[in-house]
Design a protein around this ligand. Structure first.
Ligand code: GLN
Ligand code: ZN
Length: 742
């Protein structure tokens, strides 16, 4: 019986990857120093696998910025604009961050996680080449295999699989068609075969193919067969094909025809794959991804042992592993003393290594005393994923409460102007918060400082001439963390950092109990702000789906049950805001699209429940309810958006030139719409004409009475100088339309 992981979080115990990378970008260390510190970090992570007595070390999972990006560079898939950026490292960073050659490659969410990968850019002429010599940097596994072999353990090299790599890329500037991409498969097969041929002394080569969790067109499955045959011919190691993030379902039958020596299935999020993989891979290795690689709960080891025991003696062998790469969980919970003392059963990556080792030894009948201790202390209330408990735990309740009558506009004002909520978080705000957290500034001092800031935000907005004002969200460091601190049932971790992209890490809160509001969370700030002006003030909340998507959810209840609990807490907050005199309240749901399940068959139920959770917040509320969404593809959720009980929705639309609005109209969305008229990601000040043009385009699909005018998203990362200019131009654009249309 083997024990292994799909991948380890590269971040390190103290966000070790972040500091050398950022120093290198600032020119404070040179390339040699960067390579050395990251190589050291890799070695530490292998040592941890060795200490946990896993039977194989996984190498090739490490990346400097992103695995997909670095694989692109390795294969020579570098957009023309970045080819002259310099050496390997320089090319990678130019693709990741933009450079002299132009814009960075696009970032997208990696399957249903919050990790962002860099989208490979292909065109019909793309060629792929594996380097002939060591490049000395991941993901070229040859060097790492040699380094790891020195630890004296069997090595498994890993690479993103060829089909997933191709599938996740985009064709040409316009996105292109899957079929054209598929035509590249032969060229890619040769390059992968060459990579596989120079892996060196690894016993196994793991090819990660999480696209198996998606509804893949048949043509892609057929291509998979060709490409794996080609790779197998040249490979020196045995091939393990690995699925993660869900069930491979019927696609496993096709996988079974491939010339691979084993298969890894995700037993946590695709439980039914275990039995089918056992049958289809009889005589070959079956790796059970039993330990959750993307959530932070300790495993119910006893239940897993029972579940897996019948397979322990199977022909071909059983391996125990993580469900997916553990890069989605933090490094170790060594500093989480508060959480652990509170009885929250957390296990981060290092602790999960111990669980994997213990489970495999238990199944093999070779437990150590430490393994036994882990078994006997394991929580038993954390279910092994089981589809049946989902239905039984959903709260009853109407998924379609009767709609309120919508108030899509603003009385007496055409094209009302507003912002999405946050205004520039100046360095004074951030340093006040830092001193408050350190205890150098007391509560009263902090509050005074925030009130001054709010006052400042309001007078600036009045001067700019905006119609519906916001308080500016200066008291919020993060739109989810702010609420996590104030709700029962959610806790922040001490050191639970995970990489979101590049060197950027976030610390998702942990939802561990029933969510309840202790007391009003935002009312004092909003009420104070409303009292400073005669114009309408907008209260500002974060919606349930977004809170869940950007946290670690419970594993013992369905996510959507938690969403309903959060919705009920937010409903109380909305009622209090309304009572405090706020006539407009916005509930942001930027992550609504992110929560969409991978398989089409699961999407409808998700959307219905997500919409129902939103509508619970608005039930019986008189105030005008706004919502906001951004930076995702709205097309798949547009029916849901139309069914939300929001009076007004603001959307990020400036970069797509208002394309989304036609879909909204098609879906019979009846509320107000605030299409974003400028991109908030750059300090560029858009001119009036440009915004008027966009609004005129929007008018093709949104009637003037329901049109609002706002930027694409919140302005917290911007400076005041450009913000004031941009907003003044935005107000001028709205006024121009008012006059020309009246
Ligand atoms: N109200 C939030 C803000 O303005 C919305 C942020 C978001 O959409 N991600 O910052
Ligand atoms: Zn936004």
């Amino acid at each position: 019986m083997h024990s292994h992981i799909i991948g380890f979080p590269r971040l390190g115990a103290k966000r070790n990857i972040k500091w050398p990378l950022e120093k290198y970008w600032r020119g404070q260390i040179d390339e040699g120093q960067l390579h050395r510190s990251l190589s050291e970090l890799r070695q530490q992570h292998w040592q941890l696998q060795k200490n946990a007595e896993l039977s194989m070390i996984t190498v090739g999972d490490f990346a400097y910025y992103d695995q997909t990006l670095e694989l692109s560079e390795l294969l020579g898939v570098v957009p023309a604009r970045h080819r002259d950026a310099g050496d390997r490292l320089a090319r990678c960073f130019a693709m990741a961050r933009g450079g002299a050659g132009g814009r960075a490659c696009q970032m997208k969410k990696w399957f249903n996680t919050n990790y962002h990968y860099l989208v490979p850019e292909f065109d019909a002429d793309t060629s792929f080449a594996a380097p002939a010599a060591d490049v000395g940097m991941p993901p070229d596994a040859a060097l790492q295999v040699r380094e790891a072999a020195e630890l004296g353990l069997p090595v498994k090299a890993t690479l993103i699989g060829p089909v997933s790599y191709l599938y996740l890329g985009k064709m040409g500037v316009a996105g292109g068609f899957a079929a054209e991409k598929l035509a590249l498969v032969e060229k890619l097969a040769d390059a992968y075969a060459a990579l596989a041929a120079r892996i060196g002394k690894a016993d196994w080569l793991q090819l990660e193919e999480p696209v198996l969790s998606l509804d893949m067109p048949d043509a892609w499955l057929a291509a998979m067969s060709d490409i794996y045959r080609r790779i197998e011919k040249d490979a020196t190691a045995k091939l393990l094909i690995a699925n993660s993030y869900g069930s491979a379902g019927a696609r496993l039958e096709k996988v079974a025809d491939l010339p691979v020596a084993g298969v890894h299935v995700d037993v946590v999020y695709g439980r039914s794959d275990l039995a089918s993989a056992d049958r289809l891979f009889a005589g070959r290795v079956l790796s059970a991804g039993a330990i959750d690689g993307r959530n932070i709960w300790r495993a119910n080891l006893g239940a897993l042992q029972q579940h897996l025991a019948p397979l322990a003696e199977r022909d071909g062998g059983l391996w125990i592993g993580s469900s997916c790469s553990m890069q989605h969980v933090p490094h170790s919970c060594a500093s989480e003393t508060d959480l652990i003392a509170a009885g929250v059963p957390v296990a981060f990556a290092v602790e999960k290594l111990a669980e994997i080792g213990a489970l495999s030894r238990k199944l093999a009948g070779s437990s150590t005393a430490a393994d036994e201790a882990l078994f006997s202390s394991a929580p038993t209330n954390i279910p092994v994923a089981n589809p049946e408990w989902i239905d039984s735990q959903m709260p009853a309740g109407d998924l379609n409460p009767s709609r309120r009558s919508l108030k899509p506009g603003m009385d007496g004002v055409m094209f009302p102007t507003t912002t999405i909520g946050s205004l520039p978080q100046t360095s004074e705000i951030r340093s006040a918060r830092a001193s408050w957290r350190k205890g150098e500034l007391d509560d009263a001092g902090y509050e005074k400082c925030m009130r001054e800031e709010i006052r400042n935000c309001i007078s600036r907005q009045e001067e700019i001439g905006l119609d519906v004002l916001v308080h500016g969200e200066c008291e919020r460091n993060d739109m989810v963390e702010y609420f996590a601190h104030q709700l029962d049932g959610i806790a922040a971790s001490e050191n639970g950092w995970v990489i979101s992209y590049g060197s950027r890490a976030t610390r998702p809160p942990i939802i561990h109990g029933t969510i309840k509001r202790r007391q009003p969370m935002t009312v004092e700030w909003s009420k104070y702000a409303a009292g400073l002006t005669d114009r309408p003030m907008k209260g500002m909340l974060t919606g349930p789906v977004t809170i869940i998507c950007w946290s670690f959810p419970r594993a013992d209840v369905p996510k959507m049950r938690t969403a309903f609990e959060i919705a009920d807490a937010l409903h109380e907050e909305v009622r209090d805001l309304q009572e405090a005199g706020l006539a407009v309240i916005q509930v942001d749901e930027p992550a609504l699209r992110e929560g969409l399940p991978l398989l089409v068959e699961d999407q409808k139920a998700y959307l219905a429940q997500a919409v129902a959770s939103f509508n619970r917040i608005c039930a019986d509320i008189e105030a005008q309810i706004h919502t906001h969404m951004c930076y995702s593809e709205f097309f798949d959720i547009v029916e849901g958006i139309a069914a939300m009980d929001a009076d007004v929705i603001s959307l990020e639309t400036s970069r797509s030139k208002m394309e989304e609005l036609a879909d909204l109209k098609q879906a019979r969305h009846a509320g107000g719409v605030g299409p974003g008229v400028y991109d908030v990601h750059s300090p560029r000040v858009p001119d009036v004409e440009e915004m008027v043009t966009l609004l005129k385009m929007a008018l093709k699909n949104v009637p003037a009475e329901r049109m609002w005018v706002n930027p694409d998203c919140g302005l917290k990362t911007r400076g005041w100088t450009e913000t004031e200019k941009s907003l003044r131009n935005m107000v001028a654009a709205a006024r121009q339309l008012r006059t020309s249309l009246s």
